[in-house]
Design a protein around this ligand. Structure first.
Ligand code: GLN
Ligand code: ZN
Length: 760
């Protein structure tokens, strides 16, 4: 039995990579200095894994930006537009981030989510006659680097089929999978070089084996791996599947001529039995038993049961133990958390601890009687037991309340048409009501107040009065330019999820639990460890204050349950739906309090609904069912006359419009301007009955849109959606913008509204 790792986090325990990249981009350090930082991180990661006792240690899991972009550079699939800078050392970063200097203006490659994680990769671009040539020595250099340390590392390479499937056809009339024959020679070249260098194992990441595949794609799998085997009969290769079970690809996967097949037993424990039945005698099995996507300590007893089941069928020699997927998706090291509560800390494991878990599991499974190992098992059993029983986690009142949820919780009192009339009577909004999505610029000054307050440099009262002044200023400004529904500006919030997590029971926060989101960007998700409930109002103070300053309507501003769930580390001891219902009840209580405080319009943001979609379409309905239900639980407590808004950005709605409609928000605002209102087609085709605010300008750019542009967009909108249903607003919140452009853009937006009203 061996242990191996699929990949280690590469941002560095102190986010060294982020800092070095950003310094290099701003010209503060040289390319050599940047490379040195990368090298230090790799050496440190290898040292950690070697000292822990991992048998097969990965290399080429490092990246300065993204492993898919590395592969694109390696295969030479460099889009035409970079031809002028092809010789420069920063071609790589130009592909990642675009390049705008010395009269050159080239866009970046498109970025998209890595399966259902919060990591984003750069999408390869393919032409019909795409040629591939070996174009980088990164893989070989990193292998040699590890070898110099005495480690015969396992290069991790995105498998050829998954690499193609991750890409996008940039020309019509061809299928990217047909490029497999052009691509294969580069892979053969890589393997041949690695063989010469002395590589023993190679890991091909083929996550698409857990997804629905068509006949051509399946054939491509058989083709490439047979060719690879034919050319390299002695090279040992691992095919790594993760983020789901093999399901209908089981026979295909186990019959590929690999040496090791890796399966994800965290996402699909049930597949073990079927794999054990189907696995041919030459194939070894890697059990992905330590969760690479979450931060909980492994339950050793549970893992040992899997190992035993597999060992009975295959024998110890044919087994490897591994994390379910690369540890890229977990923070580096729990030891760096100095202020975590001791009881909670005892339930957690970050990448470094997960590595130790694998080594310990192997020792126990192979019968070690070493005292150290025996006591680790006992400690683990105690930690798992304490999680099962701790009163910090289990709150009977919350559980009873979730159990008591019935249809009344998720149903507004009346149907939309009746609500709309009632709201019209009370709110008296004009045609094309103008509003914004919530936040106003979080200037350096606003952020500095929060930092000073956190450091104790200003008192709570001082912080409060600074925020009040800023809020008052934006309320007055919004009144003056003529917005119809105002917002308080969200100056008191650091982040739309963290702010609520900090005010809810059942959440905790790390100080260093960073995970790479893309490039140098990292996120530090809150940890939901226990039953969630709200013990006091979270936002009423600011909404009430803002409303007291004006006779116009001020929108209450909340983050929805699905988004809070989606952007946190979530408990694994109960279904996600259950955790989400608890959050929904907490938000519901806040909605009720806002209404009681006289707030007549309440927005519940749900930008993450779409990204929560399961990888396989067959699982979509089940997810959407509880996700929509949770939104409705949060929203349905109010009177007919209280208007509920929701907001969603970066979404496509075509295939989920029925569920979006089932959310039954009185108003939905969506990001729309970059698609030139195309996103509205889904609503139009569905005859979506409720009100819609399609974003009329892109808030991701400092560019100020003209009145005419926005009028043109609104006319497009009006052509497909009746005017009585339309609201006018920007694409999203304005917190990342500066004031000068915000002022000009919103004034132009109001001019556009005035023109529209005059025109109807
Ligand atoms: N209300 C939030 C804001 O305006 C919404 C942010 C989002 O959708 N991502 O900042
Ligand atoms: Zn948004």
């Amino acid at each position: 039995m061996q242990t191996h790792n699929l990949g280690y986090p590469r941002i560095g325990a102190q986010r060294e990579l982020k800092k070095a990249c950003e310094q290099y981009w701003s010209g503060k350090i040289s390319y050599e200095q940047l490379e040195q930082t990368g090298k230090n991180i790799r050496l440190e990661n290898w040292k950690i894994q070697k000292q822990a006792g991992i048998d097969i240690i990965p290399c080429n899991d490092f990246s300065f930006y993204d492993q898919v972009l590395d592969m694109t550079l390696t295969t030479g699939a460099i889009p035409e537009r970079y031809a002028d800078i092809a010789m420069r050392p920063d071609l790589y970063f130009a592909m990642a981030r675009g390049c705008q200097e010395h009269g050159i203006d080239i866009t970046a490659m498109e970025m998209t989510k890595w399966f259902d994680t919060n990591y984003h990769y750069l999408v390869p671009e393919f032409l019909k006659n795409q040629q591939f040539t070996l174009n980088s020595n990164k893989i070989f250099n990193e292998f040699a680097e590890a070898k110099a340390l005495g480690i015969n590392a396992k290069p991790v390479i995105i498998g050829p089929v998954s690499y193609l499937l991750l890409g996008k056809e940039k020309e019509a009339n061809f299928d990217k999978i047909d490029l497999v024959e052009n691509l294969l020679p580069v892979y053969l070249q890589i393997l041949s070089k690695l063989g010469t260098q002395g590589a023993e194992y190679i890991q091909f990441d083929e996550p698409f084996l857990t997804m629905a595949l068509n006949h051509k794609e399946k054939t491509a799998y058989e083709f490439v791996y047979r060719q690879i085997r034919k050319k390299f009969p002695d090279l040992k290769f691992i095919i790594a599947t993760y983020f789901g079970g093999l399901q209908d690809n089981l026979a295909l996967a186990v019959n590929l001529p690999a040496d090791v097949l890796h399966i994800d037993l965290v996402r699909d424990a049930g597949q073990l039995e079927n794999v054990l039945k189907a696995i041919p005698a030459h194939l070894r099995l890697s059990l992905g038993i330590v969760d690479g996507r979450n931060i909980w300590k492994n339950d050793f007893q549970k893992s040992l049961n899997f190992i035993q089941q597999a060992a009975e069928a295959l024998g110890h020699e044919r087994l490897l133990l591994a994390p379910s997927c690369s540890l890229l998706h977990t923070p580096c090291d729990l030891n760096l958390e100095k202020s975590l509560d001791a009881e909670i800390r005892n339930w957690l494991a970050f990448a470094r601890q997960k590595i130790d878990e694998l080594v310990t599991l192997k020792a126990i499974a192979t019968g070690s009687t070493e005292e150290k190992i025996v006591s680790r098992l006992q400690e683990n059993t105690r930690a798992v037991e304490s999680r099962k029983t701790s009163v910090r986690i289990h709150n009977p009142a919350v559980q009873r309340r979730v159990q008591s949820i019935d249809q009344h919780y998720s149903r507004r009192k009346s149907a939309f048409a009746i609500r709309k009339a009632e709201q019209q009577r009370i709110l008296k909004l004009p045609l094309f009501p103008a509003t914004t999505i919530g936040s106003f610029p979080q200037t350096a000054e606003v952020r500095s107040w929060r930092a000073k307050f956190k450091k104790g440099l200003i008192t709570a009262a001082e912080y409060d009065s600074l925020l009040k002044e800023e809020t008052k200023r934006v309320i007055e400004w919004q009144e003056q330019i003529g917005l119809d529904v105002l917002v308080h500006g969200e100056f008191e919030r650091n982040d739309m999820v963290e702010y609520f997590g900090e005010r809810l029971e059942g959440f905790t926060f790390t100080t260093n639990g960073w995970v790479q989101s893309y490039g140098s960007r990292c996120v530090k998700p809150p940890v939901i460890f226990g039953d969630v409930h709200r013990s006091r109002a979270m936002t009423v103070y600011w909404s009430e204050y803002a409303q007291s300053l004006t006779t116009k309507l001020v929108k209450g501003m909340l983050t929805g349950p699905v988004t809070i769930l989606q952007w946190s580390f979530v408990r694994d001891d109960q279904p996600r739906a259950q955790t989400c219902r608890q959050i929904a009840l907490a938000i519901r209580d806040e909605v009720a309090d806002l209404e009681n405080a006289g707030i007549k319009v309440i927005q519940i943001d749900e930008p993450a609904i779409r990204e929560g979609l399961p990888l396989r379409k067959t699982d979509w309905d089940a997810y959407l069912h509880w996700a929509v239900e949770c939104f409705r639980i949060a929203a349905s407590v109010v009177k007919d006359s209280t208007q509920i808004h929701t907001h969603m950005c970066y979404s496509e709605f075509n295939d989920i419009i029925k569920h979006i409609a089932a959310m039954d928000a009185d108003v939905i605002t969506i990001e729309c301007s970059r698609s030139q209102m195309e996103l509205l087609d889904a609503f139009a085709a569905f005859h979506y009955p409720n009100d819609i605010g399609p974003g009329v300008y892109d808030i991701h750019s400092p560019r100020v849109p003209s009145k005419d542009e926005m009028v043109a967009l609104l006319e497009k909108a009006q052509a497909v959606i009746p005017a009585e249903q339309l609201w006018v607003n920007p694409d999203c919140g304005l917190k990342t913008r500066h004031w000068p452009e915000t002022e000009r853009a919103l004034k132009a937006m109001i001019e556009a509204v005035t023109a529209m009203r005059a025109g109807v």
